[in-house]
Design a protein around this ligand. Sequence first.
Ligand code: ZN
Length: 679
Amino acid sequence: MSNQDNPLLQSLNTELPQFDNMEPKHVLPALNHILESNQKSLERLTVVENPTWDNFMAQLERLDEQLQRVWGPVTHLNAVKNSDELRPIYQESVQKVSAYHADLAQNEALYAAIKQVRSDKSFAALNDEQKQVVEHALRDFRLSGAELKGADKERYKAIQMRLSELATTFEQHVLDATRAFELHITEETDLAGLPDSIRDGAAQRATESDKYESGWLFTLDIPSYLPFMQYAESRVLRERIYSAYVTRASEGELDNAPVIDETLKLRREAAALIGFDDYGSYSLATKMAENTDEVVNFLRELAQKSRKVAESEVAELETFAKANLGIDELQAWDVPFASEKLRLHTYAISDEELKPYFPEQKVLNGMFALVERLYSIEIREEPAPKWHKNVRFFDIYDKNSEKIAGFYLDPYARAHKRGGAWMDECTVRFHKEDGTLQLPVAYLVCNFDAPVGDKPALWTHNEVLTLFHEFGHGLHHMLTQVNTRSVSGINGVPWDGVELPSQFMENFCWEREVVDLFARHFETDEPLPDVLFGKMLAAKNFQSSMQMLRQIEFALFDMLLHTEFLPEGDRSVQQLLDEVRSEVAVFTPPSFNKFQNSFSHIFAGGYGAGYYSYKWAEVLSADAYAAFEEEGITNPATATRFRESILAIGGSRDLMEGFEAFRGRKPSVDALLRHSGIQ
Ligand code: ZN
């Protein structure tokens, strides 16, 4: 097969990837071709004399685009159309692409050339987007140790290698410890309270294991653990499985305590080498938050304002448990169980009651009608090359009927498709070298139930929220006005700001005026009854303060651990966690709880000194939405301002500046507290 016949390489020059012809056998030839060609271009580029935007940075942008054109569809297919044939090919490809990126990040000639672009007198004449791309590139090189010399450089490299080993070890310990426990139940009476679907799953797990022929098997994996904690009436068994869960990776060979100590020490040392006081400050160098004090104060303000309501929520739970469940002293292993009973008791509302009001096409039409009104756009379904027959494609037109973007929607769960829901970029908006504008295209992927028979697909309100959330990410990518690739759409947006546009969209799903745009019974066309809507709203804020404080406990622990905590000092990690708990928690876990030893987000994921991002983005999105509450939920003038100051700017401008331009002031926590029923 020649390169010309390879659909992945053909996709370099077509508007959309040629999905209908792509097969796993096309991946490696296409990828090898692009990596080789990029490598050659890079060698030529790094010896360019007097590098400038045009002869250097623009070329780097072009190389990124080339690779993304080929690699993007492959990662996408790996997620939505996996197969035994693709899997090993994908593994091999990931290694090649990672190696390519790792080389780029370590390429000193490249760094020197970008510095020259920055100091050249032509820099002043670049537009803000281009300047930002240069500044970001320099910043990222600096943060990965490019300014270090001699022994410091070697030390920094060694630390990074060790940190990456530690992260793997941490995660491995958690996995092994999770696997090491099982609860095999042989008496049916011990299953009291558990729904049939959970029992069936546990019975299947038992027969599929090599060890047991019958009975019911429960593990510490979330789909097994959570329902057990919520429904099992046996208090003794709940305590047993809870104790196992919260002490994972805290004993013997699998103990993560030494891994944590070493990680904290090395992170602090690495941050100091780059010139930061602590790892928290290092982490914030690429984020929206100004400094670690700002984050800590923000978390403490939220905690303090949520405290009173949270205390009353705990009191309500304790009273309920005593009166209705015979639990005199509420323990940590009773909380999910009692909460679920209280929720049912107070807000009896089931998904099955609501689903008939959320049929697929009505929900889509309603969501499209909303954004069409807000942003003066039009969404039209169009033909396009697809990877599955259930995938749909839409174009977005502006008010002059000019096409500005497009998106795929892949709504249903199916075999060989990764679970969950996400938005990803297919193509990015930017000005090409030939002067034409490439339009942004997004993938919106969900895993909702497909239609059965001639009944339309009926979605839960939670699924509607998910759809709005992902569409919010999509609009961020598609309504961008940026013309420079690396800072266009969701590119170059700080981590603690990416969830702003998505969480913002969720707010509309709780608005009667908006819900009326789509919530109609699929058979009778009757609008969602007031009683049901009222129950939905009431259920929304069930225990919201308790949950708020739990998230703040994790976030504050994470930030203090990476700022004021001294790994060599007298205070232990456990002591710090205890202090945070006594400051924040309204329900203190038992002293044997070693939650930190399985806190993979911050020790094995990318959330070290970044866990606050969840709450941060929630505050910003709620506060942005409050502007619509003040000026009119579907007010096009407010929406235009939101689009111009926040959605359109991508990574080309400071997001906090954009927020302040939109709101006319700094963010406030009040809207989130009000939306959560706290204020
Ligand atoms: Zn999201």
